[in-house]
Design a protein around this ligand. Structure first.
Ligand code: ADP
Length: 300
């Protein structure tokens, strides 16, 4: 197959591994920086140009679109889809999963366990909003944040009020969430491919920190997940319409709760923790997809 890898940096671990795994299987991979691609959207024959040449005869596309370029990146991906090129994850599913609020609403609609979560733009009564999600301690999250940046733990009512006021003062969109203390600073990353959890790891926060992101000094290790966690992860990926997803769970007193469903899960942490060839599994799944037939059902 001729595969387009949408990535802004071919030297990143995940990009390198996907290229390697595809080449080992006899595929040709072309790395495309989405921001440098330009499109003809008005014609009957949709096309994409790159460095002065049309991108043609691709059979599959692997989107690894960074959070900061979601909108343009998904437009380029959509153009590939319009040209009949099959995508590992479809643009509509990526857009859906990148919107934290929309994702949580879709997941809650289907009964997936979630931390008690509130969202507000300009509440007149911050105290009532805090009460609505069970009071302090609370986690307050900037909607645009990634890699744990903009995720704050407010341990007291007063701290929660002033952090919320502060964020609102700078017109930031925030989520206010029940703090899952019993997770003990650990979360679980489930790597889902085509309706199966193919690998799982536990990430534990550095001492004195509650965020387990590897970028925040968290450490990863192997974990055996329960059947309930497995089915929660699989269902969450399916609801988003993602064929490949990284589902982040917390172990709460009320069962597994989903924090986030990631459409471009990194490979470094999970391959390191599990010693599995996840890149190989991703490519062999890509080989099985047929254009127009992925997990996306076209909902919300
Ligand atoms: P990001 O998308 O920026 O990584 P997350 O929402 O995943 O932000 O939060 C970062 C980390 O903070 C998580 O990996 C988890 O360890 C911790 N965390 C987030 N939300 C909660 C919560 N409600 N209760 C306990 N810990 C949380």
């Amino acid at each position: 197959m001729k595969i387009a890898l949408l990535s802004r940096n071919r030297r990143l671990y995940s990009s390198r591994r996907l290229i390697e795994a595809a080449q080992e299987r006899g595929h040709e991979v072309v790395v495309i920086d989405v921001l440098r691609a330009y499109m003809n959207i008005a014609s009957h024959k949709p096309s994409i140009h790159y460095k002065g040449e049309p991108l043609e005869s691709f059979e599959a596309v692997i989107p690894r679109i960074g959070a900061s370029v979601t909108s343009y990146g998904c437009a380029v991906l959509r153009q590939f889809e319009m040209m009949g090129v099959v995508s590992l994850n479809e643009s509509v599913a990526i857009t859906r999963s990148r919107d934290k609020l929309r994702s949580l609403q879709l997941l809650s609609r289907k009964g997936i366990g979630l931390p008690l979560t509130g969202y507000a733009n300009k509440p007149d009564d911050i105290k009532d909003m805090i009460k609505m999600v069970g009071g302090a301690p609370l986690v307050i999250k900037l909607l645009q944040g990634t890699q744990g940046i903009g995720v704050v733990l407010a341990e007291t009512q007063k701290a929660a009020e002033s952090v919320i006021e502060g964020f609102m003062g700078v017109k930031a969109d925030i989520l206010v969430q029940e703090f899952i203390k019993e997770a003990g600073g650990s979360d679980i990353r489930c790597f889902v491919i085509d309706g199966k959890v193919v690998a799982a790891m536990c990430r534990t926060a550095a001492p004195g920190e509650f965020r387990s992101n590897l970028h925040r000094g968290g450490k990863s290790s192997l974990i055996k997940i329960t059947p309930e966690e497995r089915s929660t992860a699989v269902r969450a990926a399916k609801i988003m319409g993602l064929n490949v997803a990284g589902v982040d769970l917390l172990r709460s007193n009320h069962g597994p709760v989903v924090m986030e469903v990631n459409s471009s899960p990194g490979l470094e942490g999970i391959e390191g923790a599990t010693n599995k060839d996840i890149a190989g599994m991703v490519i062999s799944n890509l080989e099985k997809l047929t254009p127009g037939k992925t997990g996306t059902r076209g909902k919300g």
